[in-house]
Design a protein around this ligand. Structure first.
Ligand code: NDP
Length: 234
């Protein structure tokens, strides 16, 4: 069964690993990218998810090239870390606009076709931080916690159309995003992870592949932590 899949922010990091994993499982996979070259072997569509017109154009391109999106992985996300007292309103709203409203934009566009076809898989990439909180990341944590309420509401709205909606909450994964942290901060983080290491992008990708597969047909509205035990199931 070859499906049409779209991974936002699939040009690098976790999104690229998810895209490659879905492609290896036999799906036709498109990834959004904002700049640079799209990854080899995947359909690259240029799209900034903060812009509704760009989201619509990206979906049209994917529909033309590989059919209506049957698997959506909303992965694109950013951080703009700052303590609340020093955080500008733009630091807050731009993170919400990308991580939460951006996910709203792509999910809304994707469900049109999924509802018509009465099938679909949506996976939202949240973060352990959404449940645990994180000093200096109030904007990011709020956006990632928001995805849980958003995803569970969609699971309720769309269940009767055979569309599942699940949330994956990664812990600390080895990517550009975490490479920005200082060595001291990285060591402190690892101390709190029972498995004592960072996760790999492949470990997130394999979980997403499962949730997107027919084997996960009775799972919806779930939040799946992939965090080395950091959140102890939350
Ligand atoms: P990276 O910073 O490596 O990659 C982020 C991706 O999102 C890039 O492909 C980037 O595109 C894309 N992106 C950012 N803003 C936009 C936008 N406005 N429109 C379209 N695409 C955009 O991040 P990771 O791979 O580490 O993270 C991926 C997801 O996983 C994020 O949602 C992140 O919050 C989440 N996560 C990551 C964790 C980690 O430890 N790394 C832990 C928990 C969650 P471009 O290349 O064009 O910049």
């Amino acid at each position: 069964m070859t499906r049409s899949a779209l991974v936002t922010g699939g040009s690098r990091g976790i999104g690229l690993a998810i895209a490659r994993e879905l492609a290896a499982a036999g799906d036709n996979v498109a990834v959004t990218h904002r700049s640079g070259e799209p990854p080899e072997g995947l359909l690259g569509v240029s799209c900034d998810i903060t812009d509704t017109a760009q989201v619509d154009a990206a979906f049209k391109r994917v529909e033309d090239e590989q059919g209506p999106v049957e698997v959506l992985v909303a992965n694109a996300g950013i951080t703009k870390d700052q303590l609340l007292a020093l955080m500008s309103e733009d630091d807050f709203s731009s993170v919400l606009d990308t991580n939460l409203t951006g996910t709203f934009r792509v999910a809304k566009r994707a469900v049109k076709g999924m509802m018509r076809n009465r099938t679909g898989r949506i996976v939202l990439i949240s973060s352990a931080v959404g449940m645990l909180g994180s000093a200096g990341q109030a904007n990011y944590a709020a956006s990632k916690a928001g995805l849980v309420g958003f995803g569970r509401s969609l699971a309720r709205e769309l269940g009767s159309r055979n569309i599942t909606v699940n949330v994956v909450a990664p812990g600390f994964i080895d990517t550009d995003m975490t490479a920005e942290l200082s060595e001291d901060r990285q060591a402190e983080i690892i101390k709190n992870v029972p498995l004592g290491r960072y996760g790999s992008t492949g470990e997130i990708a394999k979980t997403v592949r499962f949730l997107a597969s027919p084997d996960a047909g009775y799972i919806t509205g779930a939040v799946i932590p992939v965090d080395g035990g950091l959140g102890m199931g939350h």
